[in-house]
Design a protein around this ligand. Structure first.
Ligand SMILES: NC(=O)c1ccc[n+]([C@@H]2O[C@H](COP(=O)([O-])OP(=O)(O)OC[C@H]3O[C@@H](n4cnc5c(N)ncnc54)[C@H](OP(=O)(O)O)[C@@H]3O)[C@@H](O)[C@H]2O)c1
Ligand SMILES: *[C@@H]1O[C@H](CO)[C@@H](O)[C@H](O)[C@H]1NC(C)=O
Length: 364
């Protein structure tokens, strides 16, 4: 579904492209291109036709509203979401419930009386079923499958959807992170997704349902100080792509959501987390790393990270709308990028231009 900021970005690009084209056409581009065309044995005017066609396609891409793709009825559909204690998961559980889905809200802290689980339970709705689910625990996943099976109205028709949302994040340069940190993040973001998906696939296949994996824009492009998180999200993308190909024959659709920066809207990484992690990273770094990088450089990275975690969208609705589309559209997209203009353009550049140029623009 449309994000206003995103549309603004695309329209600005369109205006820019039009200006550039107007200038280029006025400054002898057609003659130059026609000369080249003749040189390679093409008809002279095929060049101009090509330019006009490209321009026309881009205008269509920007100006056309999304084609209506139809929706499936949601009233009889059940969806399991992981990580519903806070953030996207918590908001999504409420949102899907409000539009008519029956929700299985997996919470990490249900048994510990966590706030999110308690608030969802307090809705006292038959179609909001809260369960204990730590995605790093095989035992809890097995219990979750049993719970879901028992609570489906028609278990033989399977489960419509799972949303692998549970996630954790860390920051810190490669030379500062411990291997345990890498493993900790991967255990939730990657192996959690794989475990939960494998456990629920028999039910999902039965329903010809949906698997929706929450990756990230950092599952498509790298960022310094984020290697722990990036490698786990790149892996979620790969896992989803393989699964999509395998599930094709079963009629199961697999979508990936790649939100940009909604950090300030959720609990994924707070300024407090950054401070705590920073102390830890510096203390544990080897002497040579401390000496070579220096406290000043390190402190500057912390300042940058703290300003990053305070930025971005505070309104989660673009993410919630995209997940809803992935679950309820008759023809869901493969990838969704709920995003602000800055990160939308950065992702396009990072994934389409040669790495040397993209890195020169953004990293250096
Ligand atoms: N916010 C963004 O800008 C952004 C951007 C791109 C992608 N994402 C992704 O969106 C997803 C949701 O994150 P969020 O931003 O909503 O952050 P969040 O508020 O921290 O939500 C993530 C939830 O997952 C829970 N969780 C952690 N470990 C778990 C485990 N082992 N088993 C089950 N649940 C576990 C967390 O519980 P605790 O809080 O108790 O740890 C938390 O409630 C994540 O996959 C994240 O990577 C977020
Ligand atoms: C989740 O499960 C893992 C592995 O079983 C365990 O180490 C961790 O403490 C659990 N987390 C919570 C919050 O219960």
């Amino acid at each position: 579904m449309a994000v206003p900021a995103l549309h603004f970005g695309r329209k600005s690009l369109l205006v820019l492209l039009s200006l550039v084209l107007t200038l280029a056409l006025g400054m002898g581009l057609p003659e130059g291109l026609s000369f080249l065309a003749r040189l390679f044995g093409f008809a002279e005017n095929s060049v101009i036709h090509g330019i006009v066609l490209l321009y026309f396609l881009y205008v269509l891409y920007v100006a056309m509203p999304a084609l209506p793709r139809g929706t499936v009825p949601v009233e009889d559909k059940h969806v399991l979401i992981t990580g519903c204690d806070t953030g996207f998961g918590f908001a999504l559980a409420k949102h899907l419930h409000a539009i008519g889905f029956t929700v299985f809200a997996g919470c990490l802290l249900k048994d510990k009386g966590g706030d999110g689980a308690r608030e969802l339970q307090s809705m006292q709705s038959d179609s909001m079923k809260v369960l204990q689910l730590n995605v790093t625990s095989d035992e809890e996943i097995t219990q979750a499958v049993e719970f879901v099976r028992k609570n489906l109205k028609e278990p033989q028709r399977g489960l419509w959807g799972i949303v692998n949302n549970a996630g954790v994040s860390k920051f810190g340069g490669v030379e500062f992170e411990s291997l345990d940190n890498y493993k900790e993040v991967a255990d939730v973001n990657l192996w959690g997704t794989v475990r939960v998906t494998k456990a629920f696939l028999p039910l999902i296949r039965r329903a010809k349902g949906r698997v929706v994996n929450i990756a990230s824009m950092l599952g498509r492009m790298a960022s310094p100080s984020r290697s722990c998180y990036c490698i786990s999200k790149y892996a979620v993308e790969a896992f989803s792509d393989c699964l999509r190909q395998e599930m094709y024959q079963w009629g199961v659709k697999v979508a990936v959501i790649e939100p940009s920066n909604f950090i300030a809207a959720t609990r994924i990484l707070t300024q407090e987390d950054v401070e705590n992690q920073a102390d830890e990273l510096w203390k544990k770094a080897s002497e040579i790393v401390q000496e070579d990088y220096g406290k000043e450089y390190f402190a500057h990275q912390i300042v940058l990270m703290k300003s990053f975690v305070n930025s971005g969208f505070k309104d989660m609705s673009p993410v919630l709308n995209d997940i809803t589309d992935a679950l309820s559209s008759k023809l869901p997209y493969t990838r969704y990028n709920p995003s602000d203009t800055y990160w939308w353009i950065r992702l396009k550049i990072m994934t389409h231009l040669p790495a040397s140029i993209a890195n020169w623009i953004y990293i250096r």
